[in-house]
Design a protein around this ligand. Structure first.
Ligand SMILES: Nc1ncnc2c1ncn2[C@@H]1O[C@H](COP(=O)(O)OP(=O)(O)OP(=O)(O)O)[C@@H](O)[C@H]1O
Ligand SMILES: O=P(O)(O)OC[C@H]1O[C@H](OP(=O)(O)OP(=O)(O)O)[C@H](O)[C@@H]1O
Length: 297
């Protein structure tokens, strides 16, 4: 069945159908007014006809490093989506003898990220990435002494079960790692979710449009809109506290000597800014979330 070829003037956009990144992706896309049928995505991906996608930097790095030496990646990262923050880390038993990653050379490692892990240990063993050439020529990849095994889940159990001396797995809060009696001794990749595009896309215009919509939502999530009233005489003081992205909007009130101010404030500074506004005699301070925006960065 051909689900793809009849789709003219459309773009194929792959998002995770489950897992950690799914809900944040769906929220982002609904904020950008992008509609899609999740059930179609695996087929589109399978056809290799996807223009845009959302995944973790860790997954992009694993994909890219696994490509043959002379095959460039067709995946381009176009926007950091700032969620799904985690680190792919080398972990060992907290109570064990291994203190540094080089102590793991020649030992057993378990991971879901075999290509990145092989590359990491190749560097430790040979001081050379498995994607690098010597003097510009392809060299035979030396066989790794370190034994790297793939498991798809519950990677953190591998050391306690005696299957591994160390693991390479994702860490966010560190709870999973600590609960398994492990500690991190190095970081292989730092990751967040990213918007990716195919370098082969024939829908560049649509890719740009959707990227711009998604940027708008991400930008909006960082700011709130704040409105307050203040005596006109205090305007110079409150303007210093809330200068706005360009400048605050100031309107007269139907009361002499008072003005109303509308201004965008960075969410992470909100509480402190509100305290300072109150001290500067601002009153009726109202804060409204933004759901979308188009503004200069
Ligand atoms: N604890 C975490 N905190 C934040 N982001 C994470 C975390 N774990 C994973 N991620 C990000 O989410 C992506 C998907 O991970 P997740 O564990 O949800 O996969 P999944 O869809 O369940 O796939 P699989 O079936 O292969 O486990 C990872 O590649 C990473 O970028
Ligand atoms: O540092 P933490 O906050 O504890 O997060 C890390 C855990 O999260 C991910 O697994 P997830 O829970 O998504 O399940 P999975 O093993 O099925 O992918 C990852 O593989 C770790 O096990």
């Amino acid at each position: 069945m051909d689900l793809v070829n009849h789709l003219t003037d459309r773009m194929l956009f792959a998002v995770p159908k489950k897992g950690r990144l799914q809900q944040a992706c769906l929220d982002l896309l609904s904020g950008s007014d992008i509609q899609f049928r999740p059930a179609d995505i695996p087929t589109f991906v399978g056809e290799g006809r996807v223009d845009l996608g959302i995944t973790g930097i860790d997954q992009v790095a694993e994909h890219d490093i696994a490509l043959p030496f002379d095959e460039p990646s067709n995946v381009e990262q176009i926007l950091d989506l700032e969620f799904g923050k985690c680190k792919l880390q080398v972990q060992v038993p907290e109570q064990g003898d291994i203190k540094e990653a080089k102590d793991l050379v020649g030992k057993n490692i378990v991971t879901s990220f075999t290509a990145l892990t092989e590359d990491y240990f190749a560097r430790l063993e040979n001081n050379q990435s498995r994607k690098e050439s010597i003097n510009g020529t392809m060299s035979p990849i030396p066989k790794l002494k370190t034994k790297i095994k793939y498991v798809g889940g519950s990677v953190e159990a591998a050391c306690a079960l005696g299957v591994a001396d160390g693991i390479v797995d994702l860490v966010e809060s560190g709870e999973t790692m600590r609960a398994a009696g492990l500690c991190a001794i190095d970081t292989v990749v730092e990751s967040t979710a990213v918007l990716i595009k195919s370098k082969k896309t024939s829908n560049q215009k649509l890719v740009d449009l959707i990227t711009s919509r998604i940027k708008g939502v991400i930008q909006a999530q960082k700011y709130v809109l704040c409105a307050y009233n203040v005596p006109r005489s205090r305007l110079p003081d409150v303007t210093k506290i809330t200068p706005g992205k360009r400048a605050p909007t100031v309107t007269s009130l139907d009361e002499p000597d008072w003005v109303a101010v509308n201004v965008m404030i960075a969410k992470k500074e909100l509480a402190g800014v509100m305290d300072r506004l109150e001290e500067a005699q601002a009153t009726d301070i109202l804060v409204t979330p933004l759901i979308n925006s188009r503004a200069s960065t």
